[in-house]
Structure formats: C-alpha cells, structure tokens
Design a protein around this ligand. Structure first.
Ligand SMILES: [Zn+2]
Length: 429
C-alpha cells in the first residue's frame, strides 16, 4: 500500500500532459499509472481538471540573509516560493553578509537558513577577485556552482571579476559558472530621471552582447561550462547559438519580466520595474519567446531580488535594481505562454525540469518514479488580480500589482507532504 495517490486529468509528465494517477510513498514518487488504475493507498486526492505539476525549481533567488534580512529572508522567501509552486530554490551568493565566497561563509549561511525554510534550498558560491583558491573547497562543500559579475554588482563586498580573473577561477574547478553578463565599458551612469527610457539607454544591448562574448571566450578557452544569467538582450542570441554550434558549453536563462513586460509601457517614476539588465521593448520579448520555443534559452527563473521599500524609491538612477517575483513567476509566464500558444508542459519544461538539470538535481523538477514527491496542484484556467499585500515575500513591492493573471496554485507538496518545512541541499556528486 502506498501513502498517497493524486489523480488528475492533467498530469504534466516528462513526456507531456496526460490523465494519470501519481503514487507516493514517503518522500518519493513510486509510480505514475493510468488515471483509473486501482492503487491501494492510505489517502487519495482527486484533483479532477486541476493540473498536477512537478514543483518548480528556481535557480535564481536572492534571499539576502544573513546581513540584509530586512530586504528578505529565508522564512519569507521560501513561504512565497511555496505559495507560488516553487519547491526548490538555489540562493545567490551576494547581498547576504558575508557573501558566499568561501567555506566559512557557506557555513554561516546554512546556519542562518537552518530550521526556517519552507521549501528545499541550495546555494550558489561566488567568485570575486582573489578568491580563486577558495573555489575547489567551496565546491566540495556542496555549492551548485559559482556566480561571477562582469560589471558592478550593486554591493561593495561582491566586486566584479575581469575576463582574466574569470578564466583563472574557471581553471580551478570543473564547476558550473553562472555569469551576470553586462560589460562595464558599455554601461553609462544613468541621469537622475523619472523617465524609464533614460535608464534603459544607460544599459544598452551592446553591454550584454560584449559581456556574453567574454563569458563564451572563457568557456571556450577553459573547456568549462558557463551559464548566462537573466538574458534580456535578444540580440545576443546569435552569439550564443554560434558558440553552441562550435561545441562551447554555454546555456542561458531568462526571467518572467523580460518575457512579459514592455519598456514602452513602464510609467514615469515606476522604479518597481527597475532591474539589471533592463526590461527592453516588445519586439525584444518576442525574440526571447522564439528562443525559448526553439530551446536556445533553456530556462525561466525569477531572479527574485527584493530590497526594502525605501531603497526601491527615488528615481531610476538611485533606486535598487531588482524585481521580487518568486511567488508570481508561474502565473506570469503561464498567462503569456498560453496566449502565445504554448502548453503547460512547455512551461514546466522551462521552469522545473531544465533548471533542475542545470544544477544536477536529478530527483527534482519531474513527475517520474524515483523523483522527490515535490508537486503542485495548479488550476490553469482560474484568474486572479495581483494584490501586493497578499504576497508572502517580506515587502509588498511588485511591478505586477493590479495585473489579472491566469493560473492559481491551490496546493504545494514537498517530499510527499503539504508544505511545512524544507531542507538544505548539497550538490549531487
Ligand atoms: Zn540576480
């Protein structure tokens, strides 16, 4: 007898959507059977037309604890994640104090997270000038790879690396390197201005293209793996396609805001839309969707990057750059994907299976025997209006306020139980 059976007319499996019964024992999925298969179970839930998805895997989340817990924190970020159908997050190494750049800093971060996470949490390490020697031991301690900035990160304790420093770091370990790709030489200081166009002009597509070329060169010359974070500029896509065709190990992700928001419609002074790289125009977003459809962009992750409401105020030159959307990514992307003719299975591919594969979490992001029973009941037809006060992140700041979105998460299971507590993850070997 199994512990739990979940039946749905719309189960999203690795081979597509179908009616099925998912059997769970302990923390694992033990079988995926026909919808009407007789299965003896201690309990059973019939979800009818509500879809059953694997829990999403968000490999790009800034939790900011310890050190800047007033911006966000493990309890609030993971509660928001669970409510949004995200059952695994990988936390970025910066904005917390200390940044996760050596084994001791990882120990401090794990101690801060312990006991207060509602979903499973893994950690990225970071590479900064001078810490290349720390990377092998930090990788052995279980981080999923290393983040590098090629431009100013926004915080002084996490300085950018040069192209030579990135190559030096990549030579120390076979870890995955994930890169914030903007070329500082092609960024300008934004003028003090309430107009979004002035901010956008200060961070042109050429800055992304230049830095992506640097990252690709590093991967080419070292033979290591590099992943381009939060790709905004669609004009960089041919560069990535050409490198892949040459056998360079490069992948790229984008974010819900680059896919769905339009620079031309950002109101004056609306700094909740500020992020780096910036949101660009609607034709750019169309090109990002095409790249997702043909697999050149592999995943969609939140880049959840909150701060205090006070830091988010001011004009576009002074406000903190970052959008907090771990709770809203699924309905934001599904609403737009559906209108563009994509399936729920496509969205699951981009937001669950491929991010899990990026970081080597073979038991996450898929509804299959042997996988963790991380599952989400999702009503794909229900609609709701985004009320910032109902978000579970620490601060009620979002560019999606007032939008009508399609798709409601009704229940989230982590390792076979409705969400209560998560675990700290280490890289699989
Ligand atoms: Zn980020």
């Amino acid at each position: 007898m199994v512990d739990l059976v979940l039946r749905s007319r719309r189960v999203i499996t690795p081979s597509g959507e179908r009616p099925a019964a998912v059997a769970i024992t302990g923390e694992k999925i033990v079988a995926v059977e026909a919808h009407d298969a007789p299965i003896e179970a201690a309990s059973e839930v019939d979800l009818a037309e509500t879809a059953l998805l694997p829990g999403l895997v968000d490999t790009h989340v800034h939790v900011n604890e310890p050190g800047r817990t007033e911006w966000e924190g493990f309890a609030t970020a993971t509660r928001a994640a669970a409510a949004g159908g995200v059952t695994t997050i990988i936390d970025m190494p910066l904005n917390s104090l200390p940044p996760t750049v050596d084994v001791e800093a990882l120990r401090v971060k794990r101690a801060a997270a312990e006991g207060q996470v509602h979903v499973d949490v893994g950690f990225w390490g970071g590479t900064i000038p001078g810490n290349a020697g720390d990377l092998p031991s930090l990788h052995d301690a279980g981080v999923f790879g290393f983040k590098a900035f090629l431009a100013d990160s926004g915080v002084p304790e996490f300085p950018p690396v040069s192209a030579a420093e990135l190559i030096k770091a990549m030579r120390t370990t076979d870890a995955l390197f994930v890169v914030h790709a903007e070329d500082p030489g092609r960024l300008r200081e934004p003028p003090p201005s309430a107009a979004y166009a002035d901010f956008l002009a200060s961070r042109p597509a050429a800055a992304e293209i230049g830095a992506i070329a640097t990252a690709i060169d590093a991967a080419r010359s070292t033979g290591r793996r590099v992943h381009i974070l939060h790709l905004s500029a669609a004009d960089a896509l041919p560069l990535i396609a050409a490198a892949k065709a040459d056998g360079v190990r490069v992948t790229a992700e984008t974010c819900p805001h680059y896919l769905t928001l339009d620079a031309a419609r950002i109101p004056d002074g609306a700094t909740e839309f500020k992020c780096c790289p910036p949101i660009r125009d609607a034709s750019n977003a169309d090109a990002l969707w095409r790249a997702l459809a043909d697999g050149l962009i592999t995943s969609v992750v939140s880049d959840h990057s909150p701060c205090t409401p006070a830091l988010k105020r001011g004009d576009f030159s002074t406000a903190w750059g970052g959008i907090a959307s771990v709770q809203l990514g699924l309905p934001v992307v599904w609403t737009a994907a559906r209108s563009r003719g994509h399936s729920l299975a496509d969205v699951v591919e981009w937001m669950a299976r491929r991010p899990a594969d990026l970081v080597g979490l073979s038991g996450k992001g898929r509804i299959a025997p042997g996988a963790d029973a991380d599952l989400v009941a999702f009503d794909p037809e229900a609609t709701f209006t985004v009320d910032p006060r109902r978000l579970l992140q620490r601060h009620a700041v979002t560019p999606y306020a007032g939008m009508v979105l399609r798709g409601v998460v009704t229940t989230t299971w982590l390792r076979g139980r409705t969400v209560t507590g998560g675990r700290l993850l280490t890289r699989e070997r």
